[in-house]
Write a protein that binds this ligand. Structure first.
Ligand SMILES: [Zn+2]
Length: 238
């Protein structure tokens, strides 16, 4: 086993919880489940979870408001452009992008979440599929993917989907927990995002940037976060 990002072969035991074992790369500090479950095992976790149904989405009202506030910060990257939410849940961000002037689509593996999104936001487009089966028919100017990358067992497949969704000059906005933050609780098992096998890996700013660089994206800027979160904007180069 080598590091999935920098391919270094110096791995150390990181943390164990129940039957789950994390390793950490000495060179780039990427921490990941070792062995890694496969994506179909992980996808099974996202059916019938968290009380989401076609007619009900928990905390829908506050999600709508937060989505609009979040989208406002990102306005320059999608206004009068096309936007895609990879891992869109109930479609709150997709609707916010549309209200603020984008042509917006979203994809989620959770069929109930997509049934909800289609019912509540009929003016947006939604797809219910696993990202690794997804073959986009077109590319987008802006791709938003929040709190998804830490769930993905096959980073190469995830990056390949981002490549297929974008063209040169497209922007990609990623959020994920930040293992490099000094706000990560000790022991790490006290961190609210430490939830194997839902979260299979943890990044810091440098190894996330390295992964994106390897797939033709340059970091544009990092957005501030009040907690131990990474919020990073990338631009596709070629
Ligand atoms: Zn590494």
């Amino acid at each position: 086993m080598t590091c999935p990002i920098c391919h270094g072969d110096k791995l150390l035991p990181f943390v164990d919880q129940d039957e789950w074992h994390f390793s950490q790369c000495v060179d780039c500090q990427f921490a990941f489940l070792d062995p890694m479950p496969n994506q179909s095992q992980l996808n099974a976790l996202y059916h019938d979870d968290r009380g989401i149904t076609g007619s009900h989405y928990p905390k829908a009202r506050s999600r709508r408001i937060r989505a609009l506030l979040r989208a406002l910060r990102l306005l320059p990257w999608f206004w009068r452009k096309s936007a895609f939410d990879l891992g869109c849940g109930g479609g709150f961000m997709v609707d916010a992008f549309r209200r603020l002037g984008a042509r917006a689509c979203g994809l989620d593996v959770n069929a109930e979440a997509i049934a909800y999104a289609r019912r509540v936001f009929p003016r947006c487009q939604f797809l219910s599929q696993s990202f690794d089966e997804f073959q986009p028919a077109t590319t987008f100017d802006f791709v938003y993917s929040s709190e998804l990358i830490e769930h993905i067992s096959t980073l190469e497949d995830y990056m390949a989907v981002l490549r297929r969704l974008t063209h040169a000059g497209s922007h990609v906005y990623i959020t994920t927990p930040d293992l490099g933050s000094n706000q990560v609780p000790q022991p790490i098992t006290d961190w609210d995002v430490f939830a194997p096998p839902h979260h299979v890996q943890f990044f810091n700013e440098q190894n996330l940037a390295l992964l994106f660089q390897q797939h033709g994206f340059a970091q544009v800027r990092r957005y501030a976060d009040q907690k131990a979160g990474l919020k990073v904007l990338f631009r596709r180069l070629g």
